[in-house]
Design a protein around this ligand. Structure first.
Ligand SMILES: NC(=O)c1ccc[n+]([C@@H]2O[C@H](COP(=O)([O-])OP(=O)(O)OC[C@H]3O[C@@H](n4cnc5c(N)ncnc54)[C@H](OP(=O)(O)O)[C@@H]3O)[C@@H](O)[C@H]2O)c1
Length: 257
């Protein structure tokens, strides 16, 4: 088994379930030293992810924060993870941050309330911005920051305009931050998943018509699995991707290419 993340510490937001959990398990299989499993409301899912990581012989800590709270919520996961890192590795440092947590309400322009707009923009853009700010001085040389975006920044999504725009902001942030972090060999990249089988769209994909439509988007004629995305994130987190920064990596299964 490849140990390309040996001795690395990682904090992954929204890793209690879905793509984040798959990323955490991919990092554990690649030998990470400590993984922060962030969650909001689902402690049992976070605990199950922690146990799966520990079963692979890797240390893990659950970190709770509701990212709807903006900067305050950004400071909290770093404080919790930093304390665990200090206790377990002797230093409050971090090699890899993955901004993954999210919600994706399917609401058109007309249906979008200010409250939904604020939640989406805060969870997907504002809080990741301030989480990166909170960890910036603690990220080790040659580390990595990976932001999870969406194929809806490339493919028009009138069903999700606020969500798509929040991810567009996250992608622009990715580009804007890459030069300064490069001074320490830290890469900053984003990954665009396509339709991926997780709780986020389980209800929608339960409809045979919706599933067939999602499969037809892909040149591989199937819906993605969380590990399809996690392996791309794990590559970007590894030294193999040291020469790639400021990039938005398309992992949409070739949707509408
Ligand atoms: N699935 C797809 O088809 C797809 C496609 C493109 C992009 N994406 C992106 O991929 C990322 C992961 O999505 P997923 O499909 O894995 O979602 P998911 O299965 O629904 O999991 C969402 C994760 O985000 C956390 N979360 C939700 N609301 C939060 C809040 N207010 N504060 C903090 N954490 C919160 C959840 O924590 P709890 O367990 O505590 O609720 C959970 O860990 C998202 O950024 C999403 O936009 C997904």
């Amino acid at each position: 088994m490849s140990k390309k993340l040996a001795d690395k510490t990682a904090l992954i937001t929204g890793s209690s379930r879905g793509i984040g959990r798959a990323v955490a398990l991919a990092f554990a299989k690649k030998g990470a030293a400590l993984i922060g499993v962030h969650y909001a409301t689902n402690p049992n899912a976070a605990k199950a992810t922690v146990q799966k990581i520990e079963a692979l012989g890797v240390r893990a800590v659950a970190v709770k924060a509701d990212l709807r709270q903006g900067k305050e919520a950004a400071d909290s996961p770093w404080a919790q993870f930093g304390n665990a890192a200090r206790a377990q590795t002797g230093a409050a440092s971090l090699d890899i941050l993955v901004n993954n947590a999210g919600i994706a309400p399917a609401v058109s322009l007309e249906q979008t309330s200010e409250a939904v707009f604020d939640d989406v923009m805060t969870i997907k853009y504002k809080t990741p911005f301030f989480l990166i700010q909170a960890v910036a001085d603690h990220v080790c040389d040659n580390g990595g920051i990976i932001n999870v975006s969406t194929g809806f920044t490339r493919i028009a999504a009138p069903t999700h305009p606020a969500y798509a725009a929040s991810k567009g902001a996250l992608e622009t942030l990715t580009l804007a931050l890459a030069p300064d972090f490069a001074a320490r060999g830290i890469t900053v990249n984003a990954v665009m998943p396509g339709v991926t089988e997780t709780d986020m769209n389980a209800e929608w994909l339960a409809s045979p018509d919706a599933r067939a439509g999602a499969e037809a988007l892909s040149v591989f004629s199937r819906v993605g699995r969380a590990d399809d995305i996690a392996d791309v994130v794990a590559f970007l987190a590894s030294n193999d991707a040291r020469w790639t920064t400021g990039q938005i990596i398309d992992a949409t299964d070739g949707a509408r290419i």
